[in-house]
Design a protein around this ligand. Structure first.
Ligand code: NAP
Length: 243
């Protein structure tokens, strides 16, 4: 069993799963959150067992603050500490801003911004106690303010994630907590077809999409080997592509 615990919100996505397995291989116990995809987190549990660290699986709808609180309480009950919180949840919504309803707007913004606030809010005392890390997710180019008329809610929320990340980094610096955001480019996942892969590759200076394990590498580096002075950063992992 490891001595440190990483809570991964959205461990059931390809990127979340890669992060969980990578941190398990570094000796972290893994609190793997999921919403509907139990099969994906079962794989994390199996991998953790092989590696020899403990894994717990936590099913919650994190749009609701009460459920975020309950998740953190259950993780603390099982593992005592929380050293790393990774907020990967951030689904993409593609719809013309002139057709988006208030309900759709709330969903896209809340799934991308409120959820990350909720987990950080309830976990932050524990993360302060362990002088740990919060890692959020935006996208490469998030800092460029421009019109994003086909994904306005998503992009506005990710700009909010950038500000949340920098603000928490500043406010928690004196507690020894580091807060950074990974900014992926176009990442291929299990469901990506060869045609989609080629279309992505054409837009990316590096000539190919990124992989979940490359995102996980950066998360691992941040929490194990990066300089302590690195906080409040928006870190592109994008092959020089920007949205
Ligand atoms: N993939 C890319 O190319 C790319 C590019 C730029 C930025 N990013 C960012 O990178 C991050 C990871 O992206 P991704 O594509 O792997 O995953 P994603 O689609 O952003 O998120 C999927 C995760 O969200 C969980 N989830 C959905 N609804 C939920 C709810 N109500 N409560 C709690 N959890 C819920 C899912 O759980 P279940 O599956 O268990 O239901 C799953 O674990 C995101 O923040 C994304 O915006 C990705």
């Amino acid at each position: 069993m490891g001595t440190k615990t990483a809570l991964i919100a959205g461990a059931s996505s390809d990127i979340g799963q890669a992060i969980a397995i990578s941190l398990a291989s570094e000796g972290f116990n893994i609190a793997a959150h999921y919403h509907k995809n139990f099969a994906a987190v079962q794989i994390i549990e199996e991998e953790a067992q092989k590696i020899g660290v403990e894994a717990g699986l936590f099913c919650f709808n994190l749009l609701h603050p009460k459920q975020a609180k309950e998740m953190v309480n259950e993780v603390v009950r099982q593992f005592t500490s929380i050293d790393v919180l990774v907020n990967t949840i951030g689904p993409f919504y593609y719809q013309d801003i002139l057709e988006v309803t208030p309900e759709e707007w709330s969903e896209s913004v809340n799934m991308n911004l409120q959820v990350s606030f909720n987990t950080a809010y309830f976990a932050r005392d524990k993360i302060c106690a362990s002088q740990g890390h919060i890692i959020n997710f935006a996208f490469s180019g998030v800092e460029n303010l421009k019109a994003w008329s086909m994904s306005t809610g998503y992009c506005a929320a990710k700009a909010g994630i950038a500000i949340l990340t920098k603000s928490l980094a500043a406010s928690l610096a004196s507690s020894g907590v580091r807060v950074n955001a990974i900014c992926p480019g176009l990442i291929e996942e299990g469901a990506t077809t060869e045609l989609e892969r080629q279309e992505m590759a054409e837009q990316i200076p590096f000539g190919r999409p990124g992989r979940p394990d490359e995102i996980a590498e950066v998360v691992k580096w941040l929490v194990t080997d990066s300089p302590h002075y690195l906080t409040g950063a928006l870190i592109p992992v994008a092959g020089a592509w920007e949205y």
